[in-house]
Design a protein around this ligand. Structure first.
Ligand code: HEC
Ligand code: HEC
Length: 258
């Protein structure tokens, strides 16, 4: 009995430790190394070399790429860090996630340049919080699952486009996707709290101990199914016993007639 209560206490403590593990927040961006002006100049030069052929020398857009005036830092950061830009998939194809083509500092420079082209959303700050997972799950099931699947495994969205699996996107990229709506994805105008909640849920999916098949709703369905099974088996047992009784009470004759 003593041993049992000690074991219970240890389990509760372990549970608490898991729940209170500090939330992982994205590492702070390393800005500032070169001055702002230098950064913008470097961004402009990179843009002229790698982006202007499709987006125009002023980011005004061409037949090969949309205007970036007003796309904002969030869109540029998302497109560059997920390797979607520079676009190499060929006209009409969907931009694919690839290893980033630029290092951190070059991305900072390009993002600063694109942001300078017009008003657009800033790179969001996101806090991953375990306590927001249930709320994030509700939002996700209602708004993201129709395209990305209930477990974030991805799926087809029509027009030949694919909603990718969400196993690689960082919390910031998840928020960026929501506020910029890349490709066929709509824009979701959630407030900071809503962005945190969905990002927390996607982070939870990525770390849930069920690779390939996440147990949505946690342990709910398992005990329910088990209880139904136990009750069902008990009922069957009673019926079998009753039938057996009646059979022997009647003498079980008919069949034993020689
Ligand atoms: C070969 C042509 C091509 C090149 C080169 C290219 N892009 Fe793009 N870009 C596109 C196309 C096409 C889209 C639209 C893709 C989509 O809808 O998914 C796009 C979309 C974008 C968007 C999203 C725009 C929005 O409205 O949110 C950003 C930001 C972007 N590009 C930045 C860049 C940057 C920065 C570079 C240079 C590193 C670059 N692109 C190079 C063709 C190109
Ligand atoms: C109408 C279908 C649709 C809905 C609804 C939708 N998405 Fe998407 N999502 C897409 C498509 C398509 C892409 C690929 C974009 C591209 O072509 O560049 C995408 C891309 C993403 C990415 C980038 C993944 C990566 O690894 O690069 C993230 C993150 C994402 N979506 C999150 C969400 C979240 C969170 C929601 C709900 C709030 C959501 N999406 C709702 C269709 C959808």
């Amino acid at each position: 009995m003593r041993a049992l209560s000690i074991l219970a206490a240890v389990l509760v403590l372990v549970g608490l430790a898991i729940v209170t593990v500090p939330a992982i927040s994205p590492p702070p961006r390393t800005l500032a190394a070169p001055g702002e002006e230098q950064l913008a100049q470097q961004g402009a030069a990179l843009f002229a070399r790698s982006c202007a052929s499709c987006h125009g020398s002023e980011g005004q857009g061409t037949e090969f790429g949309p205007t970036l005036q007003g796309a904002g830092a969030a869109s540029a950061d998302f497109q560059l860090r997920t390797g979607r830009m520079p676009f190499t998939e060929g006209a009409g194809a969907q931009a694919k996630r690839k290893p980033a083509a630029f290092d951190d500092q070059q991305i900072e420079a390009l993002v600063a340049y694109v942001a300078s082209l017009g008003d657009g959303p800033q790179v969001p700050e996101v806090t991953v919080d375990q306590a927001l997972v249930p709320e994030g799950q509700r939002t996700f099931i209602g708004n993201c699952a129709p395209c990305h699947g209930a477990t974030g495994n991805g799926g087809a969205v029509g027009g030949g486009a694919l909603a990718p699996a969400l196993d690689q996107a960082t919390p910031v990229q998840v928020a960026e996707a929501m506020i910029t709506g890349p490709g066929q994805m709509p824009v979701f105008g959630y407030d900071q709290h809503g962005l945190n909640a969905v990002a927390s849920y996607v982070d939870y999916l990525q770390h849930a101990p069920h690779p390939g098949g996440f147990a949505i709703g946690g342990i709910g369905p398992v005990p329910e199914g088990f209880v139904a099974w136990v009750l069902g088996m008990a009922l069957l047992f009673v019926i079998v016993v009753l039938i057996g009784r009646r059979w022997t009470a009647k003498g079980g004759d008919e069949e034993h007639v020689p």
